[in-house]
Ligand binder design. Sequence first.
Ligand code: ADP
Ligand code: MG
Length: 353
Amino acid sequence: MRWLIKLKDVTKRYGKITALDSVSLEVREKEILTVLGPNGSGKTTMLKIMASIDEPTSGEVFFDGEKVNNGNRGNVRKRSTMVFQKTTLFNTTVYKNVAYGLKLRGYSKEETDEKVKEALELVKLVGYENRHAKKLSGGEQQRVSLARALVLNTKLLLLDEPTANLDPKNVSIIEETISRVNRDFNTTIVMATHNMFQAETLTSRVAVLLGGKMGEIGMPREILRGPSIDLASFARLENVFSGSSKILREGTSIIEVDDGIEVEAAVRQSGKVTVFVRPEDIIVTKSRLFSSARNVFRGKIVEVSDFESVVRLRVDVGKEFVVQITKRSFVEMKLNVGSTVFLAFKASSVHLV
Ligand code: ADP
Ligand code: MG
């Protein structure tokens, strides 16, 4: 299959920090490729380099058959669009926000009207043309910023965590838009996410990025379910904590993770350890319960991912935990982004990596 963009041994340093470490990757024409990795793994840096917004410290980038260099970078930049994680809309109407890029490119009023309408239809915001963009909800603003990118109809679309911190309704509209654009316009899409389940439902291939290094690349099923991936490496993206451990008299250990978080584990080990907790082993309640669980934290829901029968929540308790509950519990507890919840898990649910 033909590739549209190729990175070859791309390294990006910011001073002493190596954000990308000799990354090689080919993005095939017309695919949706997910770059899956935890915070700080280099996803945004990689997308910016693919968009030619940023240059690698070393290594090569090829776009549609040509090597990107100082002579053609401007041209290459026009053939891709990046939607940033933090939306920065202009302080004006939805229409003007979406039409902006077309105006720069010299489209007529009629053409602009038509293209803006098409893009707003895709993100389900027809009728919002004259609304003030900055007064919309976070999810609606994210959809405007997606429309602003779609209207340009570039070959390559780069999406940086497009659904992070959004509620399920906006997440599903955005996911639907992504797959429609890919299917109907053959747009090649690279999407960064830390949500491994999104990778599974939406994309043709997944590339795992960890600490700036490219890990496995393959079909979502192979990467996320394959026998080569043991539980620890599957879980390494979520609920994995490192810290310094002290053995208690009771025979368990207290692990001091940074940000003042302490986790009690039914293991006897001192010194530096890495542990993980499975999302389904964490109990979510709306008030503090008296229970045998040794670990109880209070936090706020920052992200909701909706699946057929289960819902995954990202909860910030000072550190972010991912928990999984049934859809039914989610509805009965009337939870949403911003809700305060308590998380509880047993010391025996904390596993050493
Ligand atoms: P991700 O998007 O996966 O969270 P980033 O690409 O934003 O990761 O960052 C990768 C690493 O590079 C992080 O350690 C981050 O702090 C660092 N980094 C990113 N951009 C800059 C910058 N402009 N200056 C200094 N360090 C940066
Ligand atoms: Mg990022």
